[in-house]
Write a protein that binds this ligand. Structure first.
Ligand SMILES: [Zn+2]
Length: 336
């Protein structure tokens, strides 16, 4: 096959596939500065025009407010971020659809509009109040990453300091909240969780959780990365891990040496230990200060398809990695 025809086949496959990115930061601070995320910006990694150009069909937008250890501002800032997301959605009009129900997800062969699934990155923005979780659900949030790095009311995070391992995993309140998320049809996200939190959730959740933006510890030892045992446990639960593009999570040594091939290596490792049904993409675009060579912004995503084909994967496996695996979990968890 000539390189030219491989390129055509690759772009065709990328175009036809459902592409899901399980984690990018919602740039609410940028929106707060008066910049319009529905127009093409020269800063950051993603905006509406670039997501569309990249062939993304479902983007999980994570609202993140740096935890201030229970300072009330965490809650107020999260609300402000949601207001800005609403304004963004309003401006985008028919070009964007918020995923609130299973039926909002794309059907096979359906292209536009871009689907936005809204997530909260860390239950420190929810707190102990049950009404607050319900309020987020009502506002269209469909995913909660249980923790960011430090501990919160619900669970311990991946930060290894003793004072961040207060609950020894999920707290009793966290257990109740995960059960409520199951009932409401909200996706439980285990990226940033401590190992004990990870195990506790897998033991009690009735629905497959995801690790929306994590990498493989066997290739790079880091508290944010998942061990082979965790990857296998996630697979047994039906869950999916989205490989994060942050160079620091991908490779020992100089982050400047990291390229798209390292992302592919992490994908391949998950397939080897957990199977082809349990891996996807969780770029962390606009949440990471640097990117691998070849993945400078979201418009480079078709390169992933090219590299996967070059690595010898069949089209049907490439489609799973690009989005079908995450779509399966979203369809399972969301209600109508
Ligand atoms: Zn994160």
């Amino acid at each position: 096959m000539s390189p030219h025809s491989r390129l055509d086949r690759s772009s065709q496959l990328h175009h036809d596939a459902v592409v899901v990115d399980a984690h990018a930061d919602m740039r609410w601070k940028v929106a707060e500065d008066g910049r319009d995320l529905t127009s093409r910006l020269s800063i950051g990694h993603a905006d509406m025009p670039r997501l569309v150009e990249a062939g993304v069909d479902v983007q999980v937008f994570a609202v993140f407010v740096e935890p201030g250890r229970g300072k009330p501002d965490d809650l107020a800032e999260a609300d402000r971020a949601l207001d800005l997301f609403d304004a963004f959605e309003h401006r985008a009009g028919s070009l964007l659809r918020r995923v609130r129900r299973r039926d909002d997800l794309p059907r096979p062969g359906e292209r536009s509009p871009l689907r936005a699934l809204l997530g909260i990155e860390g239950a420190h923005m929810v707190g102990p109040d049950l009404d607050r979780l319900h309020e987020f659900h009502e506002r269209g949030v469909r995913l909660v990453t249980l923790t960011w790095n430090p501990v919160n009311d619900w669970a311990d995070g991946c930060q290894p300091a003793a004072n961040d391992r207060l609950h020894g995993g999920l707290s009793p309140l966290g257990r109740e909240r995960v059960a409520e998320m199951n009932r409401l049809g909200m996706i439980v996200d285990l990226s940033h969780a401590s190992p004990a939190t990870f195990d506790d959730v897998l033991e009690m959740t009735r629905q497959p959780p995801i690790a929306s933006h994590s990498c493989v510890a066997a290739l790079r030892r880091h508290p944010r990365n998942l061990t082979d045992e965790q990857l296998r446990a996630l697979a047994r639960s039906g869950g999916v891990v989205g490989i994060n593009f942050f160079p620091t999570f991908l490779h020992d040594g100089d982050p400047g040496d990291v390229g798209i091939e390292h992302v592919i290596a992490h994908v391949e490792h998950v397939i080897r230990v957990a199977g082809e049904d349990h891996v996807g993409l969780g770029s962390d675009f606009d949440g990471i200060p640097s990117t691998p060579r070849g993945l400078e912004d979201v418009t480079r995503l078709p390169k992933i398809t090219e590299h996967l084909l070059r690595a010898g994967y069949e089209d049907r496996v490439v489609r799973k990695i690009l989005g079908e695996n995450f779509l399966r979990v979203f369809q399972n968890v969301l209600t109508n």
